[in-house]
Design a protein around this ligand. Structure first.
Ligand code: HEM
Length: 396
C-alpha cells in the first residue's frame, strides 16, 4: 500500500486536491504521514469513521493534542476527545446555549458587529481583511458570549492561529509557539473562571459554573478544558470560512452579482464554500479494536483520519465535485461540520456569522480585488484558510 505525505512542505492547494483524488481512486483506506495513520479519503468511509465512536474513538485527540514535545494540554480532555457515555451529559449541558433560541438572541448583535466592521473596512478601501473583519467578527461574538473583557482580546489571534498548528507543528519554533500559547491560555482562562466564581455575570462561563451534570457541578478543570476548546473553535474556523468566502468571491465575481440581486443566495454560497474549502480539513480517531473497513484491515490502536476535505469532493456523492456550484444537489451533505455525536456545536452560530458578515460586506461593495495574486495560506495542514487577506474593496 502506498503511503501519502500530507504535510509535504511543497504541496500546493491544487496538489493537495489532486492527491486526494488519487487517494479516492484506491479502494479502502490509505496510509499517510505523519503519524503513520490510516486515512479515509472517500465520503462513505470518512462518514463511517466519524459516526462510529465505539470502533473509532475520539480519544485520539487526547494523543494528538498532547504530543511529547508539549505536555499537558487541557483541550485533550475536552468533550471533543470523549466518547459516549462520558461525552453525552457534557454535550447536553452546553447544547442549549447554541440552539435556535440562543442563536435568535444573538442575531441582532452579530448583525450589528458585522455592519460596523464592514462599514469601517469599506471606508478604508485597501484593507487587510483578516485583521479588519474575518477574525474580528467571530472573536467579538465568542468574547461577548463568554463575557470576556474586550481589552484582553489583543493576543487572541496569535493564540487561535498557534492552537490551529497543534497537530501539524513540525519545527522547534512551531513547538515553542504552541507551548507558550497553552501556558498563556491556561493562565488567562483560569483567571476568568476564578473571577466569575467571585462575581457571576450574564454570560456562558457563569452559567456553566452553576450548571450540573448528573447532579454534579463541573469542576474548574472540566470548565477549563471546555473553554480551551471553545475559544479557538469559536474564532479560528469561522474566520477561515469567511476568508475562504472572500477568496472565492474574488475568483467568481458573478457570485457577487447573484448575492446582491438576492440575499437568499448567500447561505447557498456559504455551504458551497464550506464544501469546497473546509476550514477543518480532517478529524482524528483511534481504532479501538482490529477493524476492517472497505477491505482495509486497521489494527487496534491505529490513528485513523476522516479526510473531510477529500470526502467533500468525492465524485460518488457530488456531481462535478471540482466545480463551484452553490445550491447544488446534496449541497448541505458536506462533512465540514463533522458527523455523528460530535457534529459541530457551533454550526448554527458559524453559519449565522458567515451569512450576516457577508450580507454586510456585499451590500456595501460593487467588487473586490486581491492585492496579491499569491494567497498566503495558514501554516500547517489541519486548518485551511488565508493567513492574511489584503484586498481592495470597491464601494457600491
Ligand atoms: C465554519 C466554522 C466551523 C467549522 C468548520 C467547525 C468544524 C467542526 C468540526 C469538524 C467538529 C467535529 C470534530 C470531530 O468530530 O472530531 C466541530 C466540533 C465542535 N465545534 Fe465547531 N466548527 C466551526 C465553528 C464553531 C464555532 C463558532 C463554535 C463555538 C462557538 C464551535 C464549537 C465546536 C465544539 C464545542 C465542538 C465539539 C462538539 C462535541 O465534541 O460534541 N465550532 N466543529
Amino acid at each position: 500500500m502506498q503511503t501519502y505525505d500530507l504535510f509535504a512542505p511543497a504541496l500546493t492547494l491544487a496538489d493537495r486536491y489532486a492527491l486526494f483524488a488519487q487517494m479516492r481512486s484506491e479502494p479502502g483506506l490509505c496510509r499517510v504521514e505523519p503519524f503513520g495513520a490510516y486515512a479515509a479519503a472517500r465520503y462513505e468511509d470518512a462518514a463511517a469513521i466519524l459516526k462510529d465512536p465505539r470502533r473509532f474513538s475520539s480519544e485520539a485527540l487526547a494523543v494528538t493534542a498532547e504530543p511529547a514535545w508539549l505536555g499537558p494540554n487541557p483541550v485533550a480532555h475536552s468533550m471533543l476527545s470523549m466518547d459516549p457515555p462520558r461525552h453525552t451529559p457534557l454535550r447536553a449541558l452546553v447544547t442549549r446555549a447554541f440552539g435556535p433560541t440562543g442563536m435568535a438572541r444573538l442575531e441582532a448583535q452579530v448583525r450589528q458587529v458585522s455592519e460596523e466592521l464592514a462599514e469601517a473596512a469599506v471606508r478604508q478601501g485597501e484593507v487587510e481583511l483578516v485583521d479588519a473583519f474575518t477574525f474580528v467578527l467571530p472573536r467579538n461574538i465568542i468574547g461577548a458570549m463568554l463575557g470576556l473583557d474586550p481589552s484582553t482580546f489583543s493576543e487572541f489571534k496569535r493564540w487561535s492561529t498557534n492552537m490551529g498548528m497543534l497537530t501539524s507543528a513540525t519545527t522547534e519554533a512551531q513547538y515553542e509557539a504552541v507551548r507558550s500559547v497553552v501556558r498563556e491560555m491556561r493562565d488567562y482562562l483560569t483567571e476568568v473562571i476564578q473571577a466569575r466564581r467571585r462575581r457571576p455575570g450574564e454570560d456562558m462561563v457563569s452559567d456553566l459554573l452553576q450548571a450540573e451534570v448528573e447532579g454534579q457541578k463541573l469542576t474548574d478543570e472540566q470548565l477549563l478544558s471546555f473553554l480551551f476548546l471553545l475559544l479557538p473553535a469559536g474564532m479560528e474556523t469561522t474566520t477561515q470560512v469567511l476568508g475562504n468566502a472572500v477568496l472565492t468571491l474574488a475568483q467568481h465575481p458573478e457570485q457577487l452579482e447573484l448575492m446582491k440581486a438576492d440575499k437568499a443566495h448567500i447561505p447557498r454560497f456559504i455551504e458551497e464554500v464550506l464544501r469546497c474549502e473546509p476550514p477543518t480539513q480532517l478529524s482524528f480517531r483511534m481504532a479501538m479494536q482490529d477493524v476492517e473497513l472497505s477491505g482495509t484491515k486497521v489494527p487496534a490502536g491505529s490513528l485513523v483520519l476522516g479526510l473531510v476535505a477529500s470526502a467533500n469532493r468525492d465524485e460518488r456523492v457530488f456531481e462535478q465535485p471540482e466545480c463551484f456550484l452553490p445550491g447544488r444537489d446534496k449541497g448541505t451533505q458536506h462533512l465540514s461540520f463533522g458527523y455523528g455525536v460530535h457534529f459541530c456545536l457551533g454550526a448554527q452560530l458559524a453559519r449565522m456569522e458567515a451569512r450576516l458578515g457577508l450580507e454586510a460586506l456585499v451590500s456595501r461593495i460593487r467588487g473586490l480585488r486581491l492585492c496579491s495574486p499569491e494567497v498566503q495560506w495558514l501554516p500547517g495542514f489541519s486548518i485551511h484558510g488565508p493567513a492574511v487577506l489584503p484586498v481592495e474593496l470597491l464601494p457600491a
